[in-house]
Each structure stands twice: as C-alpha cells, then as structure tokens.
Write a protein that binds this ligand. Structure first.
Ligand SMILES: Cc1cc2nc3c(=O)[nH]c(=O)nc-3n(C[C@H](O)[C@H](O)[C@H](O)COP(=O)(O)OP(=O)(O)OC[C@H]3O[C@@H](n4cnc5c(N)ncnc54)[C@H](O)[C@@H]3O)c2cc1C
Length: 423
C-alpha cells in the first residue's frame, strides 16, 4: 500500500518537500490554511538565492548593538519591549550561540545546506520547466567602511574554501557594474561580488512547482487549516483540520513559525521564534536609474533585488510574536535605506506606487534550520529556515525526503536535527 504523507504548510519549503516525496512514490497531501500557496514568508521575500549569506544573525557584532536597539523603530533589528518576557528561553539560546566558535560552525552548516540546495534548485527548475523571474547575475555586497569590508573578506575566505567563490571589487569596479550607485562614489569602500549567487521570485516558483506537483499526483488542499495532530501511543494517525480529519501514515510540519503550536500538545518543544521582516516592491523602470545588480547593504541590513521588471527592497527584523501587521515606520525605514543607495532619485521614493508586505521568518536560536524526525516516530520537521528559507528550500525538501525514505542523504543531516547540542 502507498504510504500517505500529509505535509502541513504550502510555503516554498512545504512545496519542495511535497515534490521530492511525490517523486519517491508517496501519496502526498499538501495542506495550506490560506486560499493560495506561498501566501506567507514565501510571498514577497528578498528573492536572493545566496550561499554567501548563511551567517546567522547572532554575530558577536550584532549582539554588542542589541541593547541599544530595544524599542527603536529605526533600528535594523527591533526588540519590542512587550515581547522580552516571552523571549527568555529562546533569547538565552540566541546569546549562547553567538560565541565566535558556535557562530562560525552554524554559518558553515548553513553554507553547506545552501550549496547543496542551489544545485538541487537548478535540477527542479529544469525538471519542471519553471519560469520564476530567475537571474544568474551574481550578487554584490556593498560596504561603507574599509573596516567592515575587511571583516567580510575574512568570512568570505572561509566560505570560499567550501565552494562559494568571490571577488573583491574596488568602488570603481562596482560602479562599472552598477551605475545607479555612482552618486555614492566617495562614500563607498568597495564591494564583495559572489558570481554564483542568483535571484528569483519564491512566490512564482512555489505556485509553478505546485502545478507540476499536481501532475505527479500531489493533492493540494488550500483553505485547509490543521488544528491538531491526532495521535495514540506516540504515533500520529493523521491531522484534524477545519475541513474534517485526514488520515496519514506520516506527517511533515513545514508550517513556519506556527509549527510549535501543533507540537506543544504532544509534549514536543520546538525552539522557534517569529521574526518579522518587511518588503516593498516597486516598478524598477519608474526609478531614474533602474538597478541592474542585486545588492546587499549589510550595514543597513537591507537587500535590493531586481526581479523581472520589478525592484524588491527587503529587510529589517522585529521580535514581536506572531503579529504580521505592517508598521508604517518600518516601511519608511526601508524606503529611506533605498534612498541612501539612490540619492540622485528625483521623485521622492515614497511617492512611487509600491506594494508593501510584512511577514514572519521562523528563527532557531542557533540560526540553523531543523530538518528531521521529532521524538514521535512518524512526525517530521522542515522548519526554522530564518532569513535563508528561499535559498534552503530545495535542499531542505530533498534532505527530509531522503530521511523519510531511509536513504543516506548526500548532505550529512546531523547539524540540522532537532536533538543537536546547540538547541
Ligand atoms: C522580509 C524577508 C526577506 C527575506 N529574504 C530572503 C532572501 O532574499 N533569500 C532567502 O533565501 N530567504 C529570504 N527570506 C526567508 C524566506 O522567505 C523564508 O525562510 C521562507 O519563505 C520560509 O518558507 P516556509 O515554507 O518555511 O514558510 P512559509 O512560506 O511561511 O510557509 C509556511 C506555510 O504554513 C502555513 N501554515 C501555518 N500553520 C498552518 C496550519 N496550522 N495549517 C495549514 N497551514 C499552515 C502558512 O499559512 C504558510 O503558508 C526572507 C524573509 C523575509 C520575511
């Protein structure tokens, strides 16, 4: 009899998981509470597919600044004071993992997963003939001070050993590739260019992959919210949804920051904290000088990504629980940061038509996703991708499907298991 797997969560990670499981011959149901797939974190993210950016957010430099950012609307990482009491356990883990050695080993685990994933992403895109505004232009990380650039060079040297090539660009070379930055010539210290990084629209990718999954026999059920896992004697029998019960031999949680809620009644603690981010999408050609190259401004913690004819500006992090509402001040912050990149822009950026969006990243205390089995024999996790879930998705789906099948994965899974020493 075919094994039935219920995958909870129709974001990019749930969809890639459904794809790999369907290719293994499982009978897969993909369950999504929203009316369409990729309506949450996978809807309007920064669009970057970047193995160069696996550094977790608890770097020793960020931790030093954290106290100064509490309650400040203009800080890139905002801790809302009302959230602080709820953050105690998770926050201690976040601090504990910020030591140089732990932070470095989490970065390496993320980079290995990203490289593995980007190879598989190309395989999926070719297999399913997916068009998703993808561009293989490479990504440039720009720097405003030589000291910041030197720190990033040391980190990139390390990543290069794993297979992430980079080039150090002078400001002059950067401006040849990205003339829109010309008015910043005297302020910029240079850039690091990662030629193998790419970009693409996660929402388009997920929707189109879902269409392909249907042809592989995946049952996709939107408007279906899973309320509970039905279980007996440490084994799950299926899920209870607002559309009725669904029986399953195995269940995968790919439900982002909401995953802990479904496991709590079964006595499983999942250390995941929601971290809100924002994006603004503009018509790139409405700018005086449209951007050509995807840019990361690490100092201001913002990315600017051309996606087809659009420009997506994304960033900021806000610890505010499961609240997805849009705070206008955070949108203004993103527009101000874009204004720093493009000071020559004549029409005020705030006057250009735009789409605003906010959503939650699911973040673990060590900044590495959780992929693998729970203490319950037939319940599996594919969650906690934080700021890198678009990059990780193809690899997370494949790694978990290999573990479910019982095959030795091409990527060693130990760094991503729920029961690892850093969680
Ligand atoms: C501002 C911002 C910028 C980002 N930029 C980048 C980037 O440039 N590159 C990159 O690699 N990553 C980026 N990320 C991260 C990336 O977007 C996420 O890690 C990724 O989308 C997570 O995918 P997911 O499928 O795990 O989660 P989601 O897309 O959130 O999917 C989870 C799904 O589960 C559903 N769900 C939850 N509970 C239930 C339930 N009980 N029943 C049924 N369905 C349920 C939700 O509705 C949701 O659709 C960014 C994130 C943000 C917020």
């Amino acid at each position: 009899m075919t094994t039935r797997v219920a995958v909870i969560g129709g974001g990019v990670v749930g969809c890639t998981t459904a794809y790999w499981l369907a290719r293994e011959g499982f009978a897969v149901s993909l369950l999504e509470r929203e009316p369409e797939l990729a309506a949450q974190a996978s809807f309007a993210n920064g669009g970057m597919l970047h193995a160069s950016h696996g550094e977790p957010w608890n770097s020793p430099q960020v931790i030093r600044q954290l106290m100064r950012w509490i309650g400040r609307e203009d800080s890139p990482l905002l801790l809302r004071p009302r959230r602080l009491p709820r953050l105690v356990g998770w926050g201690l883990g976040f601090l504990r993992n910020s030591s140089g050695a732990r932070h470095r080993s989490a970065m390496l685990a993320n980079t290995r997963l990203a490289l593995y994933s980007l190879r598989l992403m190309s395989e999926i895109a070719a297999d399913a003939a997916l068009e998703f505004d993808a561009a293989q232009t490479g990504i440039a990380k720009i720097f405003w001070s030589p000291a910041q650039l030197d720190v990033a060079v040391r980190e990139s040297d390390l990543l290069q050993e794993l297979g992430v090539p980079y080039q150090r660009w002078t400001t002059e070379t950067l401006l040849q590739h990205e003339p829109a930055l010309a008015p910043n010539e005297d302020r910029l210290a240079g850039a690091l260019y990662y030629p193998k990084d790419a970009t693409g629209d996660a929402h388009l990718f997920t929707q189109r992959l879902a269409d392909h999954c249907r042809t592989l026999g995946v049952e996709i059920r939107t408007n279906t919210r899973v309320a509970a896992l039905s279980h007996t004697h440490g084994r799950v029998l299926g899920v209870e949804t607002d559309q009725g019960p669904i029986a399953a031999d195995a269940v995968v949680l790919a439900s982002g920051p909401e995953a802990p809620e479904l496991l709590r009644p079964l006595g499983v603690r999942l250390p995941i904290e929601p971290v809100k981010g924002y994006s603004v999408t503009l018509d790139n050609h409405a700018l005086d000088t449209p951007l050509r190259l995807p840019l990361i401004d690490d100092f201001h913690k913002v990315v600017a990504t051309p996606l087809g004819s659009r420009l997506r500006v994304a960033g900021t992090a806000e610890f505010t629980g499961l609240d997805r509402s849009i705070t206008p001040a955070r949108i203004q912050l993103l527009l101000r940061q874009l204004g720093i990149l493009l000071p020559q822009q004549r029409a005020p950026l705030a006057d250009l038509p735009r789409t605003e969006w906010a959503c939650l990243r699911a973040m673990t205390p060590d900044g590495v996703p959780i992929i693998g089995r729970t203490p319950l024999e037939n319940v599996w996790l594919n969650v906690g991708a934080g700021h890198m879930g678009w990059t990780f998705a193809a690899g997370m789906g494949r790694l978990l499907s290999d573990l479910i099948v019982g095959r030795k994965p091409a990527l060693t899974p130990d760094d991503y298991l729920l029961h690892r020493p850093t969680l």
